[in-house]
Each structure stands twice: as structure tokens, then as C-alpha cells.
Design a protein around this ligand. Structure first.
Ligand SMILES: Cc1cc2nc3c(=O)[nH]c(=O)nc-3n(C[C@H](O)[C@H](O)[C@H](O)COP(=O)(O)OP(=O)(O)OC[C@H]3O[C@@H](n4cnc5c(N)ncnc54)[C@H](O)[C@@H]3O)c2cc1C
Ligand SMILES: *[C@@H]1O[C@H](CO)[C@@H](O)[C@H](O)[C@H]1NC(C)=O
Ligand SMILES: *[C@@H]1O[C@H](CO)[C@@H](O)[C@H](O)[C@H]1NC(C)=O
Ligand SMILES: *[C@@H]1O[C@H](CO)[C@@H](O)[C@H](O)[C@H]1NC(C)=O
Ligand SMILES: *[C@@H]1O[C@H](CO)[C@@H](O)[C@H](O)[C@H]1NC(C)=O
Ligand SMILES: *[C@@H]1O[C@H](CO)[C@@H](O)[C@H](O)[C@H]1NC(C)=O
Ligand SMILES: *[C@@H]1O[C@H](CO)[C@@H](O)[C@H](O)[C@H]1NC(C)=O
Length: 579
């Protein structure tokens, strides 16, 4: 029957759009254009600032906006502006940006050595321009463990939320998932909240009620235009260090290239508090440190990079939280929803869900969401045979499927942490190239155990009374796993007997939820104030510093951290000027 075929499944995955919303009127689009944002082509060959922030991403934008109030700031972003680009602003364009493989795309695809297809941002606003929008704070315990000031953390979250966070409004299918989670013992019901509390809740989203995305770039509205310059298409190739005698290396400038390849230099003004801050993300930050001479000596020598400091921990501690999903075909219509409900279990798995149909808008608006071959998550072909033509054919096959076969949703789980870690290495000296990265999914048995427990919770949700209207009685959990496992969502070999083992299912069907982090971890590469160990006037502030991914989903905390560190750095600066 149709349910058994991969094509059905592929189409089902495609149809259940992770993000699919009604197109709203143009008036509601965020169309900010800032006077202080320019193309790097217009930048002088030489300039001077108090702070140079490298990477206008999820952390870099709130950080630079904050610093601009009491200092002069240069923010350098390699990508373009998110404004006016519907692939970014529209809820239903989730797959469009991720499947655009051109050099001007806001998304740069990479494939980890594990064989899982992944993406990194290349746009002002960073990952907040590509992501699924879910917004949820870190647990108070996480904040205490990291050693942050809880009061300033809360003020910084509130600062972010004033501009970019909204309450998710749930429909029937998400309600069934929520009630199913409660019935399965993921209690209590915490209603709608941004807070991380054990139990089941409705979370926040950066999509407003018209389905338009608000991003970290919107936080630049807080900037003082007199204190900030933002350059787009400015790719930083190197941080420059000087060294007096045998003293520590001091960061004092950067070399960046504009889109014509022309070189520019920016230097720090003289002043004891002035700094360069790297906010280039979990791949970009360790990569740029290595390209600048901070990293494992032998590795840098192999790439003919002159050594500034032998730092073997740069690029270590890279982690990606594994995501595993189960597709549940539904006999009844379901609303189109993105992630709205989350179950925060006591054993360290987070249960989230997405539903929807795809074909309402006709072929031209088909998007295929997060499980699509267009974004690389799904293909029945071995990687080498995945030509654009072959993928186009797979997409065409999906287009022909009947709508009734495509109704349903995904319940997915992400484990906290994770405990498994990997590493990153350079492939070349070009900062625009992806480095090579290995995440070692499920290397730690505790990660696998939590995946299995998460899947068992998903089974209870699917079999709950609350969820009964949205599954076929005849389909057992084992057959749903079988169905889902027949969709190749990564480059790993499939085991067709996986229904007998949840462990094997976890390994075979592992995907990314794009919460990868590490590479410049606190205690290894930076201290608790995010200063790079062993050198002066250099910090790293972004997701590369995390030992574990914060909250159920990290973006709230990444934006918070940008604001938080901006306030702390300015306080230090103003205190030193006063004394
Ligand atoms: C598809 C997807 C879905 C996701 N879904 C969610 C979700 O629903 N909820 C959630 O909370 N999180 C989600 N995330 C994760 C979240 O978006 C990221 O964790 C977060 O954006 C990382 O922020 P960052 O500041 O560390 O890095 P980024 O936001 O990636 O910022 C780094 C910036 O630095 C720039 N850069 C890098 N190198 C250089 C250089 N050499 N010169 C100049 N600029 C440079 C990059 O272009 C980029 O803009 C998702 C992520 C993705 C990709
Ligand atoms: C710092 O910036 C804030 C906000 O713009 C301003 O109120 C304050 O006066 C500034 N402080 C100094 C010392 O410049
Ligand atoms: C949107 O994405 C599609 C591919 O998914 C691409 O063809 C198109 O050029 C993109 N549009 C913009 C404005 O980037
Ligand atoms: C921060 O806010 C959370 C709720 O969002 C609360 O639980 C916590 O106690 C607050 N922390 C401080 C230090 O006020
Ligand atoms: C490093 O330099 C040596 C000597 O100039 C050269 O032979 C080698 O190919 C270079 N390696 C790389 C990775 O650039
Ligand atoms: C799962 O698929 C395998 C191979 O296609 C089949 O032999 C097995 O019976 C299926 N199990 C269930 C529970 O559907
Ligand atoms: C599943 O198949 C793999 C090989 O494809 C085999 O190694 C494994 O033992 C099988 N597991 C079970 C439970 O049959």
C-alpha cells in the first residue's frame, strides 16, 4: 500500500512543513533600513574603532548595539541584509533559504564527518534568520552553573523580548500533542511561558502573528547610530596581533575583504579597554582563531599559518544535539504549525512537534520544510548520485502524490547537552570555506539512553487518548518507526530491522536540530568573562563558548548573551574611566 513506499514518506516529510504560514499583506513586513549599515565596498582601506565585532549574527548584533552607546563600534558581517528577502522574513520559506546553495545565499550548507547535513548562517542576524523560530529561555540552574548574574540575565532576556519574541498560538494538533504529553506524565501544564520549567508548555517564537520573522538584526534598532558602523559583505580573514618583547600577544586589528576581494584594515584605537570581539558562530569563531594563529601548533603549521599561540583546545568540544523524529500520518486534517509546544522531561529529553499540509498553495509555493531533499535532509540516493537532476526528479515525484497521503505531523525529540563531543579542523586558509567538523553523535551511552527514553515518551504521546484523532488505529508505533526510518534523512547506512531496537533507530535516523555549539568553550579557550586565554584585547561571545546548549532551544540565550556581555563590558569601561 501507499504507506509503505518511500515516496509516500518522502512526500509526507515534505508536506508536513516545518514552517508554513499564510502569506500576509506586505504592510506587516519588517523593512528596517539602518543609516549605519553599508556595503563594505564603500569602507575606507584603514579605519579605527574602540570595538571591532566580527560576525553580525545572533550574538553579534545585540552586542554591537549595546556597545554603541558608550563607544565606537565596527560590526563586520560577511553576509548581506535580511531585510526585504522573503526567504528570510516569511514563515513558509523555511526550506527556501536552506536549499539555496548559491554563494549569496543566507545559508551555507555543510556536512559533518558524521554524515549529517547541516547549515550555518551567512547574513546579518545570523542563525536567527534561518531558524525555526522557537524562543525559550535557559533554566535558572543553567544560569547559575555558568556563573552569570541572574538579575542582569533576566533584564537582558526582557530587552531581547521587547523587540523580537511573541507568544505562539496553538491549534488542534499542537493541542493534542500538549495534552498527550500531559497524559504521558510530562507534567505540570505550565501554560504559555518563555521560562524553562519541567513539564509541558507553549513557548515563544520570533514569528509575529502575521507570520513574519523578527531577527537579531532587529536588535540593531537599539543601537546609537552615532556609535556604530555595520559593514555587509565584509569577510574577516585575520585578526592581527602585536607583541612587545616577550609579553603576551595583543589583538589590535583585523583584515577583511569586501565582495570585490579588496583588502581593508580596521584597528583598535589606543585605549586600555578597547577590544576585538569574535562572534562568528560555532564554526566561524574557532575557524577564525585558527586562521589568525591561535590553535593547535602542528595543525596550524600544516596549513602554513604562522603561530601566535599554541592553543590545542581551539576547535575542541564541538557538539551537536542529535534530533530524532517520528512521522505520524493522520486520518483527520491538521493545522499547519511550527514548533510551539515543548515537553521538558525529567530525564533530559525535550519533545517538540510540527504539523501541516503542503499542497494548499499549489506547486509554486511548495517549500518542503525541514525534511526536504531540497535542504539536503532527505534523499533515497547515495550522496554521489545526488545530482541536481536526481533531486529535481525526487521533488517532482513528491509533487504527484495525493494530498490525503500527506496529512500528519512529526513529533521529535532533542536531548539536552549533549555529552558526546567532537572537534573541528581547517580544510583551507580561506575563511569562506567550511572547516571539517565531527560531532560524534551518541558516542556517550548516556546520550543514547536519553534518546531512547525520549522516543518512549513520544510513543506514549502517540498512544494517548488526547492524540487519538490524529493517528490511524492500525498503525503501531513499530510501524511508524519503520515508516520514518525508510526515509534517508542523512548519509548514514540504513538498517531495515531497526524497529526491533530503539538504539539503532536513534543512530540511523539522527538529524541535526542545528543547535551545534562549542569550539571556543569557557574554561578551555576563553575565561568566564569570555576573554581568550593567553592573549589580550580579544574575546569570543557567541554559541561557540557553550559547553552545553542552553534551554530547549538556544537562540533566546545567544541573543541574551550578546546584550548581557555588552552591558558588562560597558560597565567595566565606564568604571575604569571614572577611576
Ligand atoms: C535551520 C536552523 C534552525 C534552528 N532552529 C532554532 C529554533 O527554532 N530555536 C532556537 O532557539 N534556535 C534554533 N536554531 C539555532 C540558533 O539559531 C543558533 O544556535 C544561533 O543562531 C547561533 O548564534 P551565533 O551568534 O552563535 O552564530 P550565528 O548566528 O551563526 O552568527 C555568526 C555570524 O558570523 C558571521 N561570520 C562568520 N565568519 C565570519 C567572518 N570570517 N567574517 C565576517 N563574518 C563572519 C556569519 O555570517 C554569521 O552571521 C536553528 C538554527 C538553524 C541554522
Ligand atoms: C552611556 O550611554 C548611555 C546611553 O546612551 C548614556 O545615558 C550615558 O550617559 C553614557 N555614559 C557615558 C559615560 O558616556
Ligand atoms: C530564495 O530561495 C530560492 C531557492 O530556494 C532562490 O532561487 C531565490 O533566489 C531566493 N531568493 C532570494 C531573494 O534570495
Ligand atoms: C529570573 O527569572 C526567572 C523566571 O523567568 C526566575 O525564575 C529567576 O528567579 C529570576 N532570577 C533572578 C536572579 O531574578
Ligand atoms: C606550505 O608551504 C610549503 C613551502 O612553501 C609548501 O610546499 C606547502 O605546499 C604549503 N602547504 C600549504 C597547505 O599551503
Ligand atoms: C519493518 O520493516 C521490515 C522490512 O521492511 C519488515 O520486515 C518488518 O515487518 C516491519 N516491521 C513492522 C513492525 O512494520
Ligand atoms: C540489524 O541489521 C544489522 C545489519 O544490517 C545487524 O548487524 C544487526 O545485528 C541486526 N539487528 C537485529 C536486532 O536483528
Amino acid at each position: 500500500m501507499v504507506l509503505a513506499s518511500w515516496r509516500f514518506l518522502a512526500a509526507a516529510f515534505a508536506a508536513v512543513l516545518f514552517l508554513h504560514g499564510s502569506r500576509a499583506s506586505d504592510e506587516a513586513y519588517p523593512t528596517q533600513s539602518y543609516s549605519f549599515v553599508r556595503n563594505a565596498i564603500s569602507a575606507p582601506p584603514l579605519s579605527y574603532y574602540d570595538y571591532i565585532v566580527i560576525g553580525g549574527g545572533t550574538a553579534g548584533c545585540p552586542l554591537a548595539a549595546t556597545l554603541s552607546h558608550n563607544a565606537s563600534v565596527l560590526l563586520l558581517e560577511r553576509g548581506s541584509s535580511p531585510y526585504g528577502n522573503r526567504n528570510i522574513t516569511d514563515l513558509d520559506a523555511f526550506g527556501a533559504a536552506l536549499s539555496d546553495l548559491s554563494p549569496s545565499s543566507p545559508s551555507q550548507r555543510f556536512i559533518s564527518e558524521d554524515g549529517v547535513i547541516n547549515a550555518r548562517a551567512r547574513v546579518l542576524g545570523g542563525g536567527s534568520c534561518l531558524n525555526a523560530g522557537f524562543y525559550s529561555r535557559a533554566a535558572p540552574q543553567y544560569v547559575r552553573d555558568v556563573g552569570w548574574d541572574g538579575k542582569l540575565v533576566n533584564e537582558s532576556y526582557a530587552w531581547v523580548e521587547r523587540l523580537v519574541a511573541f507568544e505562539a498560538k496553538i491549534g488542534q494538533w499542537q493541542t493534542a500533542v500538549r495534552d498527550g504529553l500531559l497524559e504521558s506524565g510530562v507534567v505540570p501544564d505550565n501554560g504559555f511561558t518563555y521560562d524553562h520549567i519541567p513539564g509541558t508548555k507553549v513557548g515563544g517564537t520570533i514569528f509575529d502573528e502575521s507570520g513574519h520573522r523578527h531577527t537579531a538584526a532587529d536588535l540593531l534598532e537599539y543601537a546609537d547610530p552615532k556609535g556604530i558602523a555595520v559593514l555587509l559583505h565584509a569577510s574577516v580573514h585575520k585578526i592581527l596581533f602585536k607583541r612587545k618583547g616577550t609579553s603576551r600577544p595583543v589583538a589590535h586589528g583585523v583584515v577583511f575583504r569586501d565582495s570585490t576581494g579588496a583588502k581593508h584594515r580596521a584597528y583598535l584605537r589606543r585605549g586600555p579597554r578597547n577590544e576585538i570581539i569574535v562572534s562568528s558562530g560555532a564554526l566561524g569563531s574557532p575557524q577564525l582563531l585558527m586562521l589568525s594563529g591561535l590553535g593547535p601548533k602542528a595543525h596550524l603549521q600544516a596549513h602554513n599559518i604562522s603561530l601566535v599561540l599554541d592553543q590545542p583546545m581551539v576547535g575542541q568540544g564541538m557538539s551537536d544535539n542529535p534530533m530524532n523524529a517520528v512521522f505520524i500520518p493522520s486520518p483527520n486534517p491538521v493545522e499547519v504549525s511550527l514548533i510551539q509546544v515543548v515537553g521538558i522531561t525529567p530525564f533530559g529529553s525535550f519533545i517538540e512537534a510540527a504539523s501541516g499540509e503542503n499542497f494548499a498553495g499549489g506547486a509554486s509555493t511548495k517549500d518542503y520544510g525541514m525534511f526536504s531533499p531540497k535542504i539536503g535532509q532527505l534523499a533515497t540516493l547515495p550522496p554521489r548520485q545526488r545530482t541536481p537532476e536526481a533531486l529535481a526528479k525526487a521533488i517532482e515525484d513528491m509533487d504527484r502524490l495525493e494530498q490525503a497521503a500527506l496529512q500528519g505531523g512529526f513529533i521529535l525529540e532533542k536531548i539536552t547537552g549533549p555529552k558526546s563531543t567532537g572537534h573541528m579542523e581547517l580544510r583551507s586558509r580561506n575563511p569562506n570555506d567550511n572547516p571539517s567538523v565531527t560531532f560524534n553523535y551518541f558516542q556517550d551511552p548516556d546520550d543514547l539512553r536519553r534518546c531512547v527514553e525520549g522516543l518512549s515518551t513520544i510513543e506514549r504521546v502517540i498512544e494517548s487518548k488526547a492524540f487519538a484523532d490524529f493517528k490511524y488505529d492500525a498503525m503501531t508505533f513499530a510501524s511508524l518507526l519503520n515508516l520514518t526510518a525508510s526515509a534517508p534523512v542523512n548519509l548514514l547506512p540504513r538498517h531495515r530491522n531497526t524497529s526491533t531496537s530503539l538504539e539503532q533507530y536513534c543512530r540511523d535516523s539522527v538529524m541535526t536540530i542545528w543547535h551545534y555549539h562549542g569550539g571556543c568553550q569557557v574554561g578551555m579557550v576563553v575565561d568566564r568573562d569570555y576573554r581568550v586565554l593567553g592573549v589580550d584585547a580579544l574575546r569570543v561571545i557567541d554559541g561557540s563558548t557553550f559547553n552545553h546548549s542552553p534551554g530547549t532551544n538556544p537562540q533566546a540565550t545567544v541573543m541574551m548573551l550578546g546584550r548581557y556581555m555588552g552591558v558588562k563590558i560597558l560597565n567595566e569601561r565606564l568604571a575604569s574611566e571614572a577611576s
